[in-house]
Design a protein around this ligand. Structure first.
Ligand code: SF4
Length: 302
């Protein structure tokens, strides 16, 4: 028995074979950057250019062509179009449709559409559009929660509330759209108690999946300034691993685990240094869980 519901196994069940995501920069911005909610952005968010396509973002279809040309074709034949950067439901419905269509029409091998966004950028019209892809593709929406502590939301300058998250999840459920929430471990001023409360909050949401990230410090972010001033100390690898294991063992058993550690871009990473050694962290989590007979939901209580 696997210790937790792994994404690769879930994709195999859904699509019949190994399936990969193609990360896309959809040239979106964010209400927390363009002034409609805020101008500064979240303090951990890198705003110095695209993490996917650098400073001169290519057309969506070109990004997909580039990926498929460089891709060796051995690992998967099916793909998910993953709109990853900034807020991918922030635009007019016409603009959103044009971008999603451009991606999905770029290859006949797409079987899914996955959209990262803010909870306050989900509304009826957006859900109606996204759910219209459900006939042909498996559709996922990912929401940036990070923590249920609203003091931390303010400190991170997220400009969201827990009610935004609850409302977005209820609306996505109404439209039968599979939902994934993001949680970050090691946020400034947070303690284990915040993780406990955030896990309880997520267990109560009607969502299907979770993505767990470490808080890493990227160049040119507000978090980097706090770190330089000694006002933020990142978590150690061992503490991170302990928190991930706590989360997995206290989460609902039905939840799909989309990620248990982040992928820090090494050219931008200031710290912690272990954050770009994803394999080591994952292997250690798997080793401890197997050795200690721990598994997802072992300590979950309604
Ligand atoms: S993390 Fe997301 S919500 Fe925050 S500023 Fe960056 S794109 Fe916007």
């Amino acid at each position: 028995m696997e210790a937790y519901n792994r994404l690769n196994d879930y994709y195999k069940k859904l699509f019949g074979e190994r399936t990969l995501k193609i990360c896309i920069n959809g040239h979106f911005t964010c209400p927390n950057r363009d002034g409609s909610k805020g101008r500064e952005g979240c303090i951990f968010c890198y705003n110095g250019g695209s993490l996917i396509t650098g400073n001169s973002p290519k057309k969506i279809s070109e990004q997909i062509e580039d990926f498929l040309l460089s891709y060796k074709g051995e690992r998967a034949n099916k793909f998910i179009a993953y709109f990853q950067e900034y807020t991918n439901t922030y635009g007019s419905i016409e603009e959103l449709k044009k971008k999603y269509d451009e991606a999905l029409n770029a290859s006949p091998n797409f079987v899914g559409l996955d959209i990262d966004t803010r909870p306050d950028c989900i509304n009826e019209s957006v859900c109606e559009l996204i759910s219209s892809y459900n006939d042909k593709y498996h559709v996922f929406v990912e929401l940036g929660l990070q923590t249920s502590n609203e003091n931390t939301h303010r400190l991170l300058n997220q400009n969201i509330t827990n009610d935004d998250v609850r409302n977005a999840c209820a609306l996505l459920k109404k439209y039968n759209i599979e939902t994934i929430v993001h949680l970050m471990i090691g946020l400034p001023n947070e303690t284990h108690d915040d993780i406990v409360k955030t896990v309880e909050f997520i267990n109560e949401l009607d969502v299907e999946g979770i993505k767990i990230h470490s808080t890493y410090i990227l160049k040119d972010t507000k978090l980097a300034l706090l770190y330089e001033k000694g006002e933020y100390i990142p978590l150690s690898k061992d503490d991170y691993i302990d928190e991930v294991i706590y989360i997995l063992t206290h989460l609902r058993k039905d939840m799909i685990i989309h990620r248990i550690t982040g992928d820090a871009p090494s050219s931008l990473l200031i710290g912690p240094s272990w954050a770009n050694n994803k394999k080591v962290v994952m292997n250690e989590i798997n080793r401890i869980m197997s050795y200690s007979n721990l598994y997802q939901g072992k300590y979950y209580r309604k």
